[in-house]
Design a protein around this ligand. Structure first.
Ligand code: CDP
Length: 226
């Protein structure tokens, strides 16, 4: 039996999050952004003194994972939001400091196991949209729908630069492109659950496509097959 999951994977700043949120809204599905989970674990590490990639070791993070409380809770707007140790980290998760450390943290087996267990527990009878790097390959290899969303490196750098608060003040397009390329390099070459399309994923290159076109392509297919 295939799981009622729409897996949306792809590289950094490919537009996955926007597409996933709109697809979930259109289909009345639960939307889970797994990148935010990896960012929250990274933030937890930073709050406990982790400042460099070299400090991101299995040993340190096993200890950190033993001491954090990561969950979904209802925020002031009545919506479910990721909560770390009783606080809503919100925009802190999208800071350039977190972005700089998240890929090394995401190479760690203890972090991936911890989050995979949680991610799998969210599936049930309800339709789920889950977005990340390894959803169609490692978390839900039996997802009913799988998409791999890309865009050209230039387009992705442009999109990231236009998202306020996500890049250092005064960052240039070249710097942003280099940061994204480095994250993609680490994500696609790591030993555990690397970023790559599942063999049965539908590839969508969104360069030159509108968000609405991408959302329409996915929702049309899902509605047709549901
Ligand atoms: O939004 P953006 O494309 O910048 O990235 P994100 O989805 O927030 O993911 C941040 C980082 O978390 C990625 O660069 C990966 O290192 C890691 N990640 C992962 O390893 N596996 C996932 N399923 C999701 C994110």
């Amino acid at each position: 039996m295939k799981q009622p999951v729409i897996a949306i994977d792809g590289p950094a700043a490919s537009g996955k999050s926007t597409v996933a949120a709109l697809v979930a809204q259109a289909l009345g599905a639960l939307n889970v952004n797994t990148g935010a989970m990896f960012r929250a674990v990274t933030l937890a590490g930073m709050q406990r003194g982790i400042t460099t990639a070299a400090m991101c070791t299995e040993e340190r993070f096993r200890d950190i994972l033993d001491h954090i409380t990561l969950t979904y809770a209802t925020n002031a707007d009545g919506k479910l939001e990721l909560q770390l140790d009783g606080d809503f980290p919100g925009a802190k998760l999208r800071s350039p400091e977190v972005a700089a450390l998240v890929s090394p943290v995401a190479t760690l087996g203890c972090v991936r196991d911890y989050l995979k267990q949680w991610q799998r527990s969210l599936a049930g009878t309800h339709l789920l949209v889950m977005e990340g790097r390894d959803i169609g390959t490692a978390v839900f290899p039996d997802a009913r729908w799988k998409y791999f969303i890309t865009a050209s490196p230039e387009e992705r750098a442009r999109r990231r630069l236009n998202q306020s608060g996500e890049t250092f003040t005064g960052a240039t397009l070249e710097q942003v492109a280099a940061e994204i390329a480095e994250r993609d390099r680490i994500d696609s070459t790591r030993a555990i659950a690397p970023l790559k399309p599942a063999p049965d994923a539908v590839l969508i290159d969104t360069t030159g496509m509108t968000i609405e076109d991408v959302v329409e392509q996915i929702t049309r297919q899902v509605r047709h097959e549901i």
